[in-house]
Ligand binder design. Structure first.
Ligand SMILES: *[C@@H]1O[C@H](CO)[C@@H](O)[C@H](O)[C@H]1NC(C)=O
Ligand SMILES: *[C@@H]1O[C@H](CO)[C@@H](O)[C@H](O)[C@H]1NC(C)=O
Ligand SMILES: *[C@@H]1O[C@H](CO)[C@@H](O)[C@H](O)[C@H]1NC(C)=O
Ligand SMILES: *[C@@H]1O[C@H](CO)[C@@H](O)[C@H](O)[C@H]1NC(C)=O
Ligand SMILES: *[C@@H]1O[C@H](CO)[C@@H](O)[C@H](O)[C@H]1NC(C)=O
Ligand SMILES: [Zn+2]
Length: 808
C-alpha cells in the first residue's frame, strides 16, 4: 500500500479507489460538512485564480490582481509553448543518443544508465527517483542451430553429417563501432524456453493462425517437427504459441528481405553500411512472451513484483518450446533444404506468396517437411533469474492535486545500440524534460502534475511499466488524465500515431503548430505532411497497462519508415548510432521535431485549463467500431467469401484476417440460419441505440467545454471574483467528466481468457499481438461462432455505454 511506495510517489496524493459515481462525491463535497465546503471553496479559488488570465502575459496593469498569497502564473500558455518549441536541440538529442547507445542496456543489466538518467533529469530541474521491481527474466547462455543429413555407408551403417552450422551472430562492420563491442548482446529470444530438439523442418509462412490452418488442411505433419517462420505482421511470441499448441518441437524465426520494401539487394541496393538495404546477417532479437494474454512479469499477473510477493506458474504466459531468431543468411541453407519437399507456397493461396524475397537466392519456398534424413538441431540454453529492474520516475507537481499526465519511454534495448528502439525516444524524452526544466526556471508551474518515466524491461514484455501501473493502480485510476508514450521516436520520416479517440484532437492541434523538417514546401507543418491516420491502440509498447488495465486514454507516437526509406534493422546490432547518423536521421532533425511534438502534447494535456479531449470523437469512433463488428459478421455469414480468396489487403487488414481463428467460412455460412445468429444481429442494434444517447451527451459536453473556453478568454475584472469562482468550479466539473470517460469502458472480470485486460473496447488482437482489436469480446465470439457469448458481450458493452452517457 502507500507506505510501501517509494518516497517520491508517496508524496504525491494517493487516493483510495474511486467510487462508482463521481457525481455523488462532488455532491457530497458541496452539501455535507462545513469543512468540506471550505475545502471545495479553496480548490475552486485555487483553480479559478490559476486558470483565469490575469493579464501577466500582456503586461497590462489594470487586471494584475491575484488572490492574496496565491502565486501568479508567470508564464502564459503561449509563452510556455514558445519555450517548448525553442528549446529542443538536435545537437543535444544526438549527444543523448550517443550516450545511451555506447554500451549494452538489456533489462536489469545497466543500473548506471538509470542513475545517469535520473541525474540528468535532476540537472534539468525535475525531481526524480529510481523505482525498482524484482522481476523474472532470462539471459542467454548458449545456442546452436545446425542442419544435419544422414550419410549412408556401406554395410548399411549411417552417420549424421553436419551440412550447415548456423553462425547465429551478426557481422562486425568496420564502419560501425557498435557491432564490434566486446560485450555486445548475443542473438536470443526474451522468455524463450531452454531445450535441445532435433527434427525435420516445416516452413510455416508468417506463422499466423490461418497459416497453420492451411497446413493442417493440406495434411502437412506439424507434430514432432521444427517450424521455420518468417518474421512480420504479428507478435513473434504468438507464432511460437501456436506452433507449441500444435505439438511442434521448436521454432526458428528469420527476417525475409521480401518484407523490406523497395530497398533490397535484389532490387540492386547495397546493404548496410554501404547502402539502405538490410545487412544479410542482421538478426531480430525480441520477446516470445504471449503478449496478448499477459504482459508484464509472467510470475505476477495483476500485481506488482515487489520483493517477497507470491509467484505464479508461467506456462500460460511464456513458451515451453525453444526458439531462436536468425538472419536470412543463416536461413538460406535451411529453406533450400526444403526445396522439392511437400507442397510449395504457391500451391496454397496468395497469402503464402506475399513478399517472398529469396527466390533469387535459389529458395523455392516449399513447405516440407524435410525427409527424416534431413533434420535440424536447435539447442537453446537460457538462464532464468529474479532480478531487479529500474524505472526512472520524475515529477513536476501541478496546482491541481488529482489531475495527472504521465509521459514515458523505455530505456532498455536488445542490443548495445538501440539508436532507434528505444533510445531515439529516450533522447527525445530528455529533450522534452530539459525544455520543461527551462520553463520551470522561468517561473512556470503546470496546472496538472506531470510524471515522466524511463521504463526498464519493456522489451521482455512491457515489464517495467506494467509492474509500475499495477503498483500505483488506485492512484492512477483516480488521478490520471492521459498517458503519452513514445518508443521508437525516429526510424524514418513518416508520422505514425496510435491513440485513444479522446486524444485525436490533441494530435491534430499539436502537429499543426510544429514545422516539419521537410521544407520542400516552405513553412509546411508536421500536420501538412502527415496522412492524418491515427491507428487504434493495440500493444507492443508501454501504453498497454495504462490503456487496457487502467482505462487511461493513451497515445503513442513516432516517425516511422516508408517502404522507400532505408530499411530499419529492428532489434539487430545495426540499429546503432552509426545507422541513425548516416541513414535514419542525419542531423537528428526528426529527433528535435519529435521532442517538440511530445513537449507540446504534454503541455496541452497538463496546462490547458480545460482538458483538450473531444468526447464526441470517442462516440463516433465507437459507432465505427460497431459497424466493423457488423461488417465482420456479414462477411463471415456470406457463403461467397473465403479466407483464401478475399482480395489482397494492406498489411493491417491482411494480418487481421490471417489471425482470425475461424475454422472455415463454409461452416459459418451454414449456421447463418441459426436463430441465435439472428438474435445476436438484432442485439447489436441496442449498441447503436446506446451510442445515439452517448453521442448526444458527448456532443453537449464538448459544446459546454467550448463555451467555458470562450468565457475564459474574456476579460473578467478582479472584483467579479464570485463569477471567476463559479467558472473555476464549472471547469473542474467538465474536466472530471473528461478524466473519467475512458474508465467507463472497464469490465472488472476482463476479457475471455485474459482477465488482466479489462477494457471492453480496445485490446491487442488475441493472435496479432501488436495490432489493436476493437470490441475484442464481440470479435472473438464471432470467430468462435459462439453466439451466446457474443450476446453476453453486447450486454456488457451496452451497460458500459449507458453508464458512460449517464456520467456525462
Ligand atoms: C510534490 O508535492 C508534495 C506535497 O503535496 C511534496 O511532498 C513533494 O515533495 C512535491 N514533489 C516535487 C517533485 O516537488
Ligand atoms: C551501461 O551503459 C553505458 C552507457 O551506454 C555504457 O557505457 C556501459 O558500458 C553500460 N554498462 C554495462 C555494465 O553494460
Ligand atoms: C543435443 O542433443 C543431441 C542429441 O539429440 C546431442 O548429441 C547434443 O550433444 C545435445 N547438445 C547439447 C549442447 O547438449
Ligand atoms: C488429407 O487427408 C485426408 C484423410 O486422409 C484426405 O481425405 C484429404 O484428401 C487429404 N487432403 C489433402 C489436401 O491431401
Ligand atoms: C516532403 O514534402 C513534400 C511536399 O509536401 C512531399 O511531397 C514529400 O513526400 C515529403 N517528403 C518526405 C520524405 O516526407
Ligand atoms: Zn521499443
Amino acid at each position: 500500500m502507500s507506505s510501501e511506495r517509494t518516497p517520491l510517489i508517496a508524496k504525491v496524493r494517493v487516493a483510495e479507489p474511486r467510487p462508482r459515481y463521481p457525481h455523488a462525491v462532488l455532491r457530497r463535497f458541496c452539501t455535507v460538512a462545513l469543512a468540506s465546503i471550505l475545502i471545495w471553496f479553496f480548490i475552486g479559488v485555487a483553480i479559478s485564480m490559476t486558470l483565469l488570465p490575469d493579464g501577466s502575459s500582456h503586461h497590462h496593469h489594470d487586471d494584475k490582481w491575484t488572490w492574496p498569497g496565491h502565486p501568479k502564473r508567470k508564464l502564459s500558455y503561449e509563452q510556455l509553448q514558445r519555450v517548448l518549441l525553442d528549446n529542443p536541440s538536435s545537437r543535444r538529442a544526438e549527444e543523448w543518443s550517443r550516450y545511451y547507445t555506447a554500451g549494452p542496456h538489456l533489462a536489469g543489466k545497466n543500473y548506471s544508465q538509470a542513475v545517469w538518467t535520473k541525474n540528468k533529469w535532476e540537472e534539468f530541474g525535475i525531481k526524480s527517483d529510481i523505482v525498482s521491481y524484482d522481476v523474472y527474466l532470462n539471459y542467454p547462455v548458449d545456442h546452436r542451430l545446425a542442419l544435419l543429413e544422414k550419410e549412408k555407408h556401406a554395410h548399411g551403417a549411417s552417420t549424421w553429417k553436419v551440412s550447415y552450422e548456423a553462425s547465429l551472430t551478426e557481422d562486425v562492420l568496420d564502419e560501425d563501432p557498435s557491432t564490434s563491442l566486446p560485450n555486445r548482446v548475443p542473438t536470443f529470444h526474451g522468455y524463450s524456453a531452454s531445450g535441445n530438439v532435433t527434427g525435420p523442418v516445416v516452413y510455416v509462412n508468417y506463422a499466423t493462425y490461418q497459416d497453420f490452418e492451411d497446413l493442417i488442411r493440406a495434411n502437412v505433419t506439424l507434430k514432432g517437427k521444427i517450424a521455420i517462420a518468417r518474421y512480420g505482421g504479428i507478435f513473434r511470441g504468438l507464432k511460437v504459441k501456436r506452433a507449441q499448441e500444435l505439438g511442434m518441437l521448436g521454432v526458428i524465426l528469420y527476417s525475409d528481405p521480401g518484407d523490406d520494401g523497395k530497398n533490397t539487394e535484389e532490387n540492386g541496393e547495397k546493404s548496410y553500411p554501404d547502402g539502405p538495404a538490410r545487412h544479410p546477417s542482421s538478426v531480430q532479437r525480441g520477446s516470445v512472451q504471449f503478449l496478448s494474454v499477459s504482459p508484464g512479469d509472467p510470475t505476477t499477473p495483476g500485481y506488482a513484483s515487489k520483493p517477497g510477493v507470491p509467484r505464479q506458474p508461467v506456462d500460460t504466459a511464456i513458451p515451453s518450446i525453444p526458439s531462436v531468431p536468425i538472419s536470412y543468411l543463416d536461413a538460406l541453407p535451411i529453406l533450400k533444404a526444403l526445396n522439392g519437399h511437400g507442397p510449395k507456397a504457391d500451391d496454397f493461396n496468395k497469402y503464402w506468396t506475399r513478399n517472398t524475397g529469396l527466390q533469387y537466392k535459389g529458395v523455392h519456398y516449399n513447405v516440407g517437411p524435410t525427409p527424416d534424413d534431413v533434420v535440424v538441431n536447435l539447442y537453446n540454453e537460457q538462464d532464468y533469474v529474479y532480478t531487479p529492474l529500474w524505472n526512472v520516475i520524475g515529477v513536476i507537481n501541478g496546482t491541481i492535486p488529482d489531475e495527472v499526465v504521465v509521459v514515458g519511454n523505455h530505456r532498455d534495448a536488445w542490443i548495445a545500440g538501440g539508436a532507434g528502439d528505444p533510445n531515439s525516444g529516450s533522447a527525445v524524452l530528455n529533450e522534452a524534460i530539459r525544455s520543461f526544466g527551462e520553463a520551470i526556471r522561468q517561473g512556470w508551474k503546470p496546472l496538472r502534475t506531470i510524471v515522466f518515466a524511463s521504463w526498464d524491461g519493456e522489451e521482455y514484455g512491457l515489464v517495467g511499466s506494467t509492474e509500475w501501473v499495477e503498483d500505483y493502480m488506485p492512484w492512477l485510476k483516480d488521478a490520471t488524465v492521459a498517458y503519452v508514450n513514445t518508443d521508437v521516436s525516429v526510424r524514418g520520416t513518416y508520422l505514425s500515431p496510435n491513440a485513444a479517440p479522446l486524444l485525436d484532437n490533441v494530435i491534430h492541434a499539436v502537429t499543426a503548430a510544429i514545422q516539419s523538417p521537410n521544407q520542400t514546401v516552405p513553412g509546411q507543418t508536421v500536420h501538412d505532411v502527415w496522412d492524418k491516420r491515427i491507428r487504434t491502440m493495440g500493444s507492443g509498447s508501454d501504453f498497454t497497462a495504462f490503456q487496457d488495465f487502467a482505462g487511461i486514454p493513451c497515445l503513442d507516437i513516432g516517425f516511422t519508415a516508408r517502404s522507400d526509406e532505408p530499411v530499419y534493422q529492428y532489434h539487430s546490432n545495426y540499429d546503432s548510432f552509426h545507422w541513425m547518423e548516416k541513414f535514419g536521421d542525419p542531423g537528428f532533425v526528426y529527433h528535435r521535431t519529435m521532442a517538440q511534438v511530445i513537449s507540446l502534447i504534454t503541455a496541452q494535456l497538463a496546462d490547458l485549463p480545460i482538458i483538450p479531449f473531444r468526447a464526441a470523437d470517442y462516440a463516433h469512433a465507437l459507432d465505427r467500431y460497431v459497424k466493423q463488428v457488423e461488417d465482420k459478421l456479414d462477411e463471415a455469414l456470406s457463403p461467397s467469401t473465403e479466407l483464401t480468396t478475399a482480395p489482397l489487403l494492406n498489411d493491417e487488414a491482411y494480418f487481421e484476417l490471417r489471425s482470425s481463428t475461424r475454422k472455415s467460412f463454409a461452416s459459418l455460412a451454414s449456421s447463418s440460419s441459426d436463430s441465435s445468429v439472428e438474435s445476436f444481429k438484432i442485439s447489436l442494434k441496442r449498441l447503436h441505440e446506446a451510442l445515439r444517447k452517448l453521442t448526444a451527451r458527448a456532443t453537449e459536453l464538448d459544446k459546454h467545454a467550448d463555451e467555458l473556453k470562450q468565457k475564459l478568454e474574456q476579460h473578467v475584472p478582479w472584483w467579479k471574483w464570485p463569477a471567476k469562482l463559479k467558472l473555476g468550479s464549472k471547469i473542474r466539473e467538465v474536466n472530471t467528466k473528461y478524466k473519467y470517460l475512458e474508465r467507463s469502458f472497464l469490465f472488472e472480470e476482463g476479457l475471455d481468457g485474459r482477465p488482466v485486460f479489462k477494457h471492453v473496447v480496445f485490446a491487442p488482437g488475441l493472435w496479432t499481438g501488436y495490432a489493436g482489436a476493437v470490441f475484442p469480446g464481440l470479435m472473438e465470439s464471432i470467430d468462435a461462432q459462439d453466439w451466446t457469448n457474443a450476446e453476453r458481450w453486447v450486454d456488457i458493452i451496452e451497460s458500459r455505454l449507458k453508464n458512460a452517457a449517464h456520467r456525462l
